[in-house]
Design a protein around this ligand. Structure first.
Ligand code: ADP
Ligand code: ADP
Length: 238
């Protein structure tokens, strides 16, 4: 079964008279191991959609299942647990804690869960190896580059081996070289851990790393393209 099942999603803001429809009739599925992009112009509804799928916001209508579990009817206490265990987040602005070093930032979701030290160390070593950050784990956020910060944030997102990783404009704050590196690392996570990634981006170069792209405009899913062939060929189609 698909990791993510979205059925007839609708979101309106405001009330009668000033009702604004931000999303309408959104249905799609994502299979395990996919790297999916969401593209669309500003105001299209991307953030609204991501907030609903990541359980931060509730839809007006429709269903969302993650790993077969209906999330739209979960209670708040259930949701925070679900979010911490089953979802990973990469933000545009990293969201790292400055008082923790890189390794501690990555381990935070496991530490909050009181996992065994041996397990955490083993998992951290693997994640750091995949992301090429083994030699900066002792450093603090103020001591590393923005590209390294975003790789730390990717490490934190994947440390629990979540069902789904959400990335909202992850290269938004990065220069072109660190952006390319980050995308290559996301592709590695996708490949080596069979991680399922959903990335919002407005940038065709970033989107070309995905295996499928959904296009949203005016709150409606209006196109989808699937990558077959090289990344370069895909880039030219976007
Ligand atoms: P995108 O991320 O694609 O730029 P958003 O999801 O942020 O789009 O916004 C989609 C539309 O919904 C926009 O017109 C925005 O102004 C509106 N919108 C988003 N959040 C709210 C809110 N909390 N209240 C009212 N309108 C909102
Ligand atoms: P983006 O960079 O994704 O387009 P926006 O600037 O549209 O982000 O929105 C930033 C935040 O403000 C989002 O959480 C969105 O839901 C909220 N927002 C956007 N438009 C409105 C609005 N008209 N009223 C209230 N909140 C809004």
């Amino acid at each position: 079964r698909p990791i993510l099942e979205v059925n007839q999603l609708k979101k309106t803001y405001g009330k009668k008279g000033t009702l604004y429809t931000a999303l309408e009739n959104i249905s799609f599925e994502i299979e395990k191991g996919e790297f999916v992009g969401i593209m669309g112009p500003s105001g299209a509804g991307k953030t609204t959609l991501l907030n609903i799928l990541s359980t931060i916001d509730k839809p007006t209508n429709g269903q969302v299942k993650i790993g077969g579990k209906e999330i739209t009817s979960m209670k708040d206490n259930e949701l925070s647990h679900f979010r911490r265990h089953e979802l990973g987040f990469i933000f545009q602005d990293f969201n790292l804690l400055n008082s923790l070093n890189a390794g501690e930032n990555i381990l935070l979701p496991l530490a909050l869960d009181r996992k065994k030290i041996d397990f955490m160390e083993e998992r951290l070593a693997r994640v750091a190896n995949i992301l090429g950050i083994s030699d900066i784990l002792e450093k603090y956020p103020s001591e590393i580059s923005i590209g390294q910060k975003q790789r730390i944030s990717a490490g934190r997102a994947m440390i629990t081996n979540p069902q789904l990783i959400f990335a909202d404009e992850p290269t938004g704050a990065l220069d072109s070289k660190s952006a390319t590196e980050l995308l290559q690392y996301l592709a590695e996570i996708n490949l080596k851990e069979d991680a399922t990634i959903l990335m919002v981006t407005h940038d065709a170069f970033s989107a070309s790393y995905c295996n499928r792209i959904l296009f949203i405009k005016d709150g409606v899913l209006f196109a989808e393209i699937i990558r077959n062939g090289t990344r370069k060929e895909f880039f030219q189609k976007i």
